[in-house]
Design a protein around this ligand. Sequence first.
Ligand SMILES: Cc1cc2nc3c(=O)[nH]c(=O)nc-3n(C[C@H](O)[C@H](O)[C@H](O)COP(=O)(O)OP(=O)(O)OC[C@H]3O[C@@H](n4cnc5c(N)ncnc54)[C@H](O)[C@@H]3O)c2cc1C
Length: 391
Amino acid sequence: MVDFSLTDEQREIRDWVRTFVKRELIPLENEVLLRERRGEEPGLTDKERNELQQLAKKSDFWGVQTPVEYGGMGLDAISAAIIETELGRSFVSFRFGGDADNILYHANEEQKRRYLLPTIAGERKSCFAITEPGAGSDAKAIRTTAVKDGNEWVINGEKTFITGGNKADFAMVFAVTDKELGADGGVTCFLVDRDHGWTSEPIDTMGESRPASIILDDVRVPEDAVLGEVGKGFPLAMQWIGKGRFQLPARALGGCERMLDMAIEHSKNRETFGAPISERQAIQWKIADSQVEIEALRLLVLHAAWQVDQGYDSRHAQSIAKLFGGEKANEIVDRVMQIHGGMGYTRELPIERWYRDLRLLRIFEGTDEIQRRTIARDLLKGHVRVGATLN
Ligand SMILES: Cc1cc2nc3c(=O)[nH]c(=O)nc-3n(C[C@H](O)[C@H](O)[C@H](O)COP(=O)(O)OP(=O)(O)OC[C@H]3O[C@@H](n4cnc5c(N)ncnc54)[C@H](O)[C@@H]3O)c2cc1C
């Protein structure tokens, strides 16, 4: 059976988040754009974010995918995708509170007490640090080292583009503990407090994201700072990255929906040569193409999320959704800007902001090229068969 309907609960969740976005986030958009123009913080302030998270918490919106036993909502991946799509309808980037990186659940009891639980509670902030100046797509090429010295590990290296790294008070650092084995048993993940001595510097980008460059210079951590097992870091890193790649295109989908609505509205109101531009085929085709791509993206995102919920190996479906979402969202924002003419290019409207922010989707958490590489390899090696989506 192929069923395209949402459950009552999923519909309720969608409507609740849509109302939240309309009432709480969209009214902040002008101020957020103004602040960016004044060279201030390009997103919400910590205070605003905390207040909004607490407001949502009062309606039990806390820890969307955090298991119920840890105080979360324990929602399925499809519901999480729906929530991301709704949140994506504003460029003001916001997440509900109460969640923690999936790999922190591999922590031992003491680490859970020190890292997982305070992160869920919003008392501590984490960051995930694998990328280095010489190792991005090719994550296996990392050179940060961790060397055992008595009952401590000494970590040396540089990490770059680390989201949240400027404010995090601990980092999940991936380091080589056995050069011979490399990623096949020689990479370990460490929980490293900022107090252990690492430093960070913000990197300015063309969008809201200001990731950090992190320096680890003879940073000493105790033996028990290892997350999981020594030498088993690389699979953990892959698990973190694969945690829900569908969520990135899901968020972009929401932005595309809102922008297409804006474009439709504008095209009906803007007259040139005696008629609204909505009557011109050149404009109608842009609207039609965007709608087709939005609907295709929705199905790809939901299919990937559905595979997660079924417990299937969803990597292929997630790569397809991420690749298509990144490329199409960038084409859609370009068309929407074109439909708005000069106004689309100004900083009065959020379109140029989306234009800059959405570009990141084609780069981080696996570039377009790396997604294509994965998709092609799956087919060439016979892991996935053409046309085997339905079984
Ligand atoms: C804003 C931002 C936030 C980020 N957040 C984090 C984070 O929190 N934690 C973290 O660890 N990392 C993070 N990253 C790093 C991100 O994952 C990498 O930038 C990304 O994986 C690409 O790596 P790279 O920049 O080194 O590009 P490279 O790997 O150097 O790639 C350069 C170009 O070559 C292409 N290319 C590479 N290999 C191949 C190939 N085999 N075949 C064809 N083309 C290829 C790439 O697709 C790209 O177009 C972030 C990056 C950004 C920009």
